[in-house]
Design a protein around this ligand. Structure first.
Ligand code: SAH
Length: 373
């Protein structure tokens, strides 16, 4: 693929952060109504503009909006704060890896998976992540900032733009890109409330999965929001000792607390929880650990998703062989746990979390180093 655009990453004094413009895409219809009222506009403008924004229109394309108003909006607002910098399509399965640019010059990534039953988009919720999991590339540089609701919706609008020529749309959302969704709680909740509105993207909560490393207080709070998404819990271990080796968050919350928050979620929403388990050679992949895991999950309305680790060179952790995956899976099955192995998609395009963004940062650093010489 071609050379990447150069980004203004400078954030020094006098440099606009690019975030000053109002992000209308992240407003609810009620908020838009107030906004347009202040501009002396009738209430129906809010509905019109809401529909246009979620269809991916720019202000000048909003043909039923008066020209003067379109110009005012263009000056003060941004229709979609997210733009696509680069796409890479997998030759294996049509998976598309996306690199997006945000108004302040930060970059994030996403993955568009093309299944027979529809298109699933993997969204980022933060620029980077501060959870520090040992196997994850997203967290290597920490978290630059959380994304706004508009920046989450904007990723979907961008992907819909890519699918439009084929008469397709994004049907399912997984919050499994960079970032910890429950560490950006208010924005994620607002994003979900806007996501399902008719006349907008209209994606129901049954089509959404939220993946969390297990922030217990916010899991309990989220169970009360009446947003019954599928909860995916990144477990990755059969006990606290192993979990602490991989996930710093496990020092704050015990597995008992996390599992009890999961039970609460199942009770409140009636939905089963998915446990994600990345198999790391020599750490958590022993068949005896499968037995221990089964013991912990017994009686829960749940499903285990085994993920062969995408090895991250920076981290020095290695994945497992096919035989190890099979043995672990077989053992869970024998103990009556529902389990699948996650389909690997886009293996040829750095599909795993945080890897494309890292390559991008690496390349651009090299580029600016060469130009500096
Ligand atoms: N912060 C959230 C969501 C982001 S990551 C969470 O922790 O769940 C989505 C999933 O990919 C998580 O289960 C995460 O643990 C897993 N993951 C991260 N890096 C991985 C890697 N190198 N190999 C396999 N799975 C990985």
């Amino acid at each position: 693929h071609g050379r990447l655009l150069c980004l203004p990453h400078a954030q020094g004094e006098g440099v606009m952060s690019g975030m000053e413009k109002t992000q209308l895409l992240g407003m609810t219809p009620d908020e838009l109504t107030v906004y347009f009222k202040q501009l002396g506009q009738p209430a129906f403008r809010a509905r019109q503009v809401f529909a246009w924004l979620h269809q991916g229109a720019d202000f000048e394309q909003m043909s039923n909006v008066p020209k003067a108003l379109r110009e005012t909006l263009d000056e003060n607002c941004v229709a979609n704060p997210v733009s696509v910098l680069e796409t890479i399509e997998s030759k294996l399965d049509g998976t598309i890896k996306l690199l997006y640019r945000l108004p302040d010059g930060n970059v994030i990534e996403g993955v568009l998976m093309r299944y027979k039953y529809g298109n699933t988009l993997c969204l980022s919720t933060q620029v980077g992540c501060r959870m520090g999991c040992a196997f994850c590339a997203s967290t290597l540089d920490g978290c630059a900032r959380s994304l706004t609701p508009a920046e989450m919706l904007g990723q979907i609008v961008c992907a819909n733009g890519i699918l439009a020529p084929q008469g397709q749309k994004v049907g399912n959302i997984v919050l499994m890109g960079s970032g910890e969704p429950l560490d950006n709680y208010d924005n994620v909740v607002k994003f979900l409330r806007i996501l399902r509105i008719e006349g907008g993207l209209c994606i129901g909560m049954r089509s959404v999965s939220l993946s969390t490393c297990g922030l217990v207080e916010n899991m309990r709070r989220f169970a009360e929001e009446d947003l019954p998404v599928t909860l995916s819990l990144s477990l990755h271990a059969p006990n606290d000792e192993v979990r602490r080796k991989l996930m710093p968050v496990a020092r704050k919350y015990s597995m008992d607390d996390v599992l009890s928050a999961c039970r609460n979620y199942i009770e409140k929403t009636g939905r089963r929880v998915i446990f994600e388990y990345a198999l790391v050679h020599g750490v958590n992949a022993d068949p005896a650990q499968a037995v221990e895991l089964a013991g912990r999950l017994r009686g829960m309305q749940c499903h285990v998703n085994l993920i062969p680790l995408n090895s991250v060179p920076e981290r020095g952790l290695t994945g497992v062989t096919e035989r190890e995956v099979d043995a672990f899976k077989h053992m869970l099955e024998q103990k009556g746990i529902s389990v699948t192995r996650r389909r690997e998609m886009g293996d040829d395009i750095e599909g795993a979390c945080g890897q494309l963004r890292r390559r991008y940062i690496r390349d651009n650093q090299e580029e600016s180093e060469t130009t500096a010489e």
